[in-house]
Design a protein around this ligand. Structure first.
Ligand code: ATP
Ligand code: MG
Length: 348
């Protein structure tokens, strides 16, 4: 159920267990519907921008409510967003953040901006790897949060002009947590690598590979890297070396993929990464994910689209896809079909 979310005034939506197709003309509300579903599992939008833009013009808040059935258990999720901020409820209990949503409704999205994962800066690729880590290693979220806090404290000390000596207390924690984040990400990449390579090779028809770059000089301990950078850190008032600067490097035929591959290939490589992440997470948590495909046909020729959809089928996730025309997207099985027009939904 979604209320006052973008153009959706009030809709009820029950997707099929395997495939659901949502059709409608431009600006009818297809992406908004997927965005509402994703918001229920993430507490944020995949489109970026300010949360206030998500509230229907002229309204004070939006409300989303959903039930997730997994392993014979139903979990009730509720989200309300107003000027006062975000309220999250899981099974009637207030939650302080979105982590409980992500655990109850794990999902991934392939939308027309997915190519940014390949062509954009390292942030998105770090977030990508962190998402897999969150599902594969139960302690990762806590570790990552503690590292973020240590980074903030060290940066505050750098800005506060404590000088070299005042930093050493912060450095011990920063180094300990930073190296643990690094090690966890490397483990997670190792676990994901077979799926990443396989999905990449299958979608691009060429050899793709992935390398983790720590965010500091290769072969050095983080402590040494901090010592090397101390003048710059003090000058800039922020920490230049650490896992917050890490990247996941993408190689296509052994060369840097970012600028080499075409726009369609960027979408295929990014989609391969998303499918591999979903595959890895599904294996770790032992249940299918929700996979949201917003206009998957965009930018892809017929062959590429067919390859993508066959890979999607192999995953066994619950899939909800949008399309301008019903015929433009052939799903592996007969889907549940919905039409959207002016933010209203009709089945069939
Ligand atoms: N906060 C808001 N309040 C009301 N309407 C909004 C809000 N935000 C966006 N819209 C409108 O919602 C409509 C539907 O947008 P949406 O992106 O969901 O369409 P779509 O069906 O995915 O279109 P396309 O086929 O072009 O991708 C647009 O007309 C947009 O201007
Ligand atoms: Mg759209």
């Amino acid at each position: 159920m979604a209320q006052n979310f973008r153009c959706l005034i009030s809709i009820e939506f029950e997707p099929g267990p395997a495939y659901t197709l949502i059709c409608g003309p431009n600006a009818s509300g297809k992406t908004s519907l997927l965005e509402a579903l994703a918001y229920l599992g993430r507490g944020k939008s995949f489109r970026g921008g300010q949360t206030s833009n998500l509230i229907r013009h002229g309204e004070q808040d939006f409300v989303l409510f959903g039930q997730v059935e997994a392993a014979g258990r139903v979990t009730k999720l509720g989200v309300r967003n107003s000027r006062e901020g975000l309220e999250v409820r899981v099974d009637g209990e207030n939650q302080s953040g979105a982590a409980a949503l992500a655990a109850a409704l794990p999902l991934q999205v392939i939308d027309p901006d997915v190519h940014n994962l390949v062509s954009g800066g390292p942030d998105e690729r770090r977030r990508f790897l962190d998402w897999v880590a969150f599902h594969v290693e139960p302690d990762y979220l806590d570790l990552w949060r503690r590292f973020r806090r240590a980074l903030k404290q060290r940066n505050a000390a750098l800005k506060g002009g404590t000088g070299r000596n005042g930093l050493s207390a912060w450095d011990i924690e920063f180094v300990e947590l930073g190296e643990r984040v690094d090690a966890a990400r490397r483990r997670v990449l190792e676990v994901s690598l077979p799926a990443l390579r396989e999905q990449g090779d299958a979608l691009l028809g060429s050899h793709v590979d992935f390398q983790y770059a720590s965010g500091w000089s290769a072969g050095k301990a983080l402590k040494e890297a901090l010592a090397d950078n101390i003048e710059r850190d003090l000058g800039m008032g922020s920490t230049q070396a650490g896992p917050h600067r890490a990247d996941l490097r993408l190689l296509y035929d052994e060369r840097q993929a970012r600028r080499l591959v075409s726009r369609g290939q960027q979408k295929l490589l990014a989609s391969a990464m998303i499918l591999a992440a979903a595959e890895t997470a599904q294996a770790a948590i032992g249940r299918p994910l929700l996979l949201l495909l917003d206009d998957p046909a965009a930018e892809l020729d017929q062959d590429s689209l067919a390859r993508l959809m066959s890979r999607v089928e192999g995953l066994g996730s619950q899939v909800i896809a949008t399309s301008l025309e019903m015929e433009a997207l052939v799903l592996p099985q007969a889907p549940a079909v919905f039409h959207v027009e002016h933010g209203a939904l009709t089945a069939g």
